[in-house]
Ligand binder design. Structure first.
Ligand SMILES: NC(=O)c1ccc[n+]([C@@H]2O[C@H](COP(=O)([O-])OP(=O)(O)OC[C@H]3O[C@@H](n4cnc5c(N)ncnc54)[C@H](O)[C@@H]3O)[C@@H](O)[C@H]2O)c1
Length: 357
């Protein structure tokens, strides 16, 4: 079923040259929609994504190379839009610790500026905001059982279903605070001003066009390191567990959320691969070893601030509301990403240039 796909949809994708944004824009454009991308190209490598989209879709993609905080640029981009996907962000906990003011200005003030520009429109578009599981904090109260390669919750219900949206918010790290604050503003602009807004609290997303680094995008980062024959640094013991969601499944969920925004507005949903698609860092290393025939060199460092030992999304709320569920297993998705990255690797210099951190 095509949920978008008509030329009457014009979507604004902030951060549209990034990993998720490129996959989303490609899907919208391939289905016949029109897309405006607003991106300041601050993330190294994303200029390749933008070029790829422009080569593939030509004039159907309009591009504004600008900062999210540029209100005049936002105004230009919003003209005629029927949907907004707000993805542009300072995306890493580590860099938010280095410069909390910058993180705040981009993630929180930038989001409020966007909401204000949308609020002044006579026919405001629906807004989907990409928040994060970090809004639930370190989850240190979830009792865990330590296995040989991963942690598992002691509570059978949590182990079977994951973490749901009833979990109290506990912002942690500047990134958690700025994304969490933005998450709450986006929801409140529905309650206070009647905008049609939905929030996705996303776990680990992975897939093609992801130039993962040590700071963000660990699945892609581990694969890139392995392809470059360089060491992977594991912070902590490597047994920390995440549910992983292949980007095509996320894009499907995003399109569903916009298509059903009249029913879903004002709600936040946990979105990830769920309990059937989990990986620990060590289990990903095992899969890489199987694919490449040799284990990548490993280095271990201390735990990073705010790192959750276990986070798995309970996606049943969104599933019940829309019928969505993840289709691509972690094993299949990781192999797909590996093959995509390997395609880039024969031209070593180009590969190294694209994935340089
Ligand atoms: N990838 C994940 O696993 C994950 C998990 C949870 C939440 N998220 C959220 O999803 C969104 C997309 O993540 P991604 O993985 O595609 O990240 P990404 O870094 O690949 O994409 C973000 C894009 O935003 C752009 N950008 C950054 N600051 C900007 C600014 N001030 N003005 C304009 N553009 C700016 C960057 O150049 C980049 O192209 C982010 O909001 C992120 O916080 C991602």
């Amino acid at each position: 079923m095509s949920l978008v796909g008509s030329s009457d949809v014009r979507a604004l994708v902030t951060g549209g040259a990034g990993f998720v944004g490129t996959n989303l824009a490609d899907r919208l454009l391939s289905a016949g929609g029109r897309v405006t991308i607003l991106d300041n190209l601050s993330r190294p490598g994303v200029e390749h994504n933008l070029r790829w989209l422009q080569d593939k879709h030509g004039d159907a993609v309009a591009v504004e190379v600008a900062d999210l905080r540029d209100r005049a640029a936002l105004r230009r981009c919003l003209a005629g839009c029927s949907q907004v996907f707000h993805l542009a962000a300072q995306v890493a906990v580590t860099t938010s610790l280095d410069d909390p003011t910058f993180d705040f200005e981009v993630n929180l003030q930038g989001t409020i500026g966007l909401l204000e520009e949308i609020r002044r429109l006579s026919n405001p578009p629906g807004v989907l905001f990409t928040s994060t599981n970090k809004v639930y904090g370190s989850l240190s109260d979830v009792d865990l059982i330590e296995g040989p390669t991963s942690y598992a919750p002691a509570d059978e219900k949590v182990a079977a279903a994951g973490i749901d949206e009833l979990r109290p918010l506990r912002f942690c790290s500047p990134y958690g605070c700025s994304k969490g604050g933005a998450d709450q503003y986006v929801l409140d602009y529905c309650a206070s001003f009647g905008l049609e807004t939905v929030v996705f609290r996303m776990s680990c997303i992975y897939g093609p066009h992801q130039f993962g680094t040590e700071d963000q995008g660990w699945v892609a980062h581990f694969l890139i390191q392995a392809l470059k024959d360089e060491a992977v640094t594991i912070y902590g013991d490597g047994k920390q567990v995440r549910d992983v969601l292949y980007v095509d499944d996320l894009v499907e969920a995003m399109l569903l959320a916009q298509a059903r925004i009249g029913d879903l507005k004002g709600r936040a949903f946990n979105i990830g691969g769920g309990p059937r698609n989990t990986l620990s860092l060590l289990r990903l290393i095992d899969q890489i070893t199987e694919m490449t025939g040799e284990p990548p060199p490993l280095e271990f460092e201390g735990w990073r601030a705010g790192d959750q030992r276990y986070y798995v999304s309970d996606t049943s709320r969104f599933e019940a509301a829309t019928g969505w569920s993840p289709r691509i297993s972690a094993a299949e998705g990781v192999e797909r990403l590996y093959l995509w990255l390997r395609e880039l690797s024969p031209a070593r210099s180009s590969f190294a240039g694209r994935v340089a951190s």
